[in-house]
Design a binder for this molecule. Structure first.
Ligand SMILES: Cc1cc2nc3c(=O)[nH]c(=O)nc-3n(C[C@H](O)[C@H](O)[C@H](O)COP(=O)(O)O)c2cc1C
Length: 371
């Protein structure tokens, strides 16, 4: 149940597969006899210097996989000189994550509820000294994650006839679950009812979603925040231009890891048009399908400033606890480092499109005139 919650995607999971396929359709283009004795990975993203071009992306309900939850991501990110993005759907509150680290992290806003609810969340994030606000806009309604429905996943998870065998056959996980406070949307305490019924997770959030939001609402949210705003969840040049127009300092090309709309291109497929449209003006980040250092190198070569990873840090947390998340960043850092050496690029700032080649006919083009 918990593995499916993390690993799964919407409907046929075609978007999930496309995210990986897009990376497979790009290959590295190595040069030799270049002095690669130094290979710095530092990048400046959203006005902040990061020691590596990898950010731990916002994923809600992380305590579902391990009691340390989102705090583990913040601690690991701080240790490696990068940042994590704390979801507004986190299971450790904004306040508790902020208290676990010295360096301000980024926070993610789901514009759920009315303006008063959104304002209250933003005020809390400001009080916690979060630095960048990441607004996620690809959830006007909840995607159909059919595995969660079939598994009977609820928030908090419960033991009932349907989940009993699954839950009881994972005693170590269950012990962690019962020993710590209930897994809920910590930032929405009092606003969300405890999920009940078969559609648990989706039902828990559906009531607060606002499918009526437009660019005017985003402009209002940007005006509420004194720091930089990163818009997460767009896949087109048109939307990237509008994001810049309303004052966003960055955009994250993302299809929500294939958990929202199914049948979308891979995030990497959409990176090119977004970089061409706004790459000179704002930071473009890539989110979705990043599993290896080679993926990070490909995304940076195609114009991304940094990558976000979602599932990888949850897998790491599930497998190894907080130390697992540190190990993830260590592995990604080592892989980027080794790849740079092997393709003759002395540092991430030397990556450009000539570092990769693409299969002819790769990717997708709009069938009609972009609006
Ligand atoms: C379990 C889970 C929970 C997520 N929760 C959020 C969330 O609360 N806010 C958000 O903006 N994105 C959320 N995402 C999406 C991730 O931020 C990210 O876009 C996606 O996981 C990237 O794809 P990847 O998993 O292939 O790296 C979630 C993803 C997962 C797997």
């Amino acid at each position: 149940m918990v593995f499916d919650f993390v690993d799964g995607g919407a409907e046929d999971e075609a978007t999930v597969r496309e995210n990986r396929r897009a990376f497979a359709d790009v290959a590295l283009r190595p040069r030799v006899l270049v002095d690669v004795s130094a290979r710095p990975q530092g990048v400046r993203v959203m006005g902040q210097d990061l020691a590596l071009p990898v950010v731990l992306g916002p994923t809600g309900l992380a305590r579902m996989v391990h009691p340390a939850g989102e705090a583990a991501a913040a601690v690991a990110a701080e240790l490696f000189g990068t940042v994590s993005v704390v979801s507004s759907g986190s299971s450790v509150s904004f306040e508790d994550v902020a208290a676990a680290v010295r360096v301000p992290q980024w926070f993610q806003l789901y514009p759920w509820g009315d303006r008063a609810t959104i304002e209250a969340l933003i005020d809390r994030a400001r009080a916690c000294r979060y630095r960048t606000m990441v607004v996620t806009v690809d959830v006007p309604v909840v995607g159909a994650r059919e595995k969660d429905l079939r598994n009977g996943l609820t928030v908090p998870p419960r033991v009932d006839p349907r989940t009993a065998w699954d839950v009881l056959s994972h005693p170590r996980w269950l012990a962690g679950l019962v020993r710590s406070p209930k897994v809920t949307f910590a930032n929405f305490a009092g606003l969300l009812p405890d999920a009940r019924g078969t559609s648990g997770l989706a039902a828990a959030t559906q009531g607060l979603l606002n499918p009526g939001h437009t660019w005017d609402d985003l402009a209002w949210m940007v005006a509420q925040w004194d720091g930089p705003v990163l818009l997460k969840g767009l896949m087109t040049a048109e939307d990237a231009r509008r994001a810049v127009d309303v004052g966003c300092a960055g955009v994250a090309v993302s299809n929500h890891g294939g958990r929202q709309a199914d049948s979308l291109p891979g995030a990497l497929d959409a990176l090119g048009e977004v970089v061409a449209a706004v790459g000179e003006q704002v930071d473009v980040l890539l989110d979705g399908g990043v599993r290896r250092g080679t993926d990070v190198v490909k995304a940076l070569a195609l114009g991304a400033r940094a990558c976000l990873v979602g599932r990888p840090w949850l897998y790491a947390l599930a497998a190894g606890g907080p130390r697992g998340v540190e190990r993830l960043l260590e592995v990604l850092r080592d892989e980027v480092d080794r790849t740079l050496a092997l393709i003759g690029r002395p540092g991430v700032d030397t990556l450009d499109p000539s570092a990769v080649c693409v299969r002819p006919g790769r990717g997708w083009v709009p069938a009609g005139k972009p609006g």
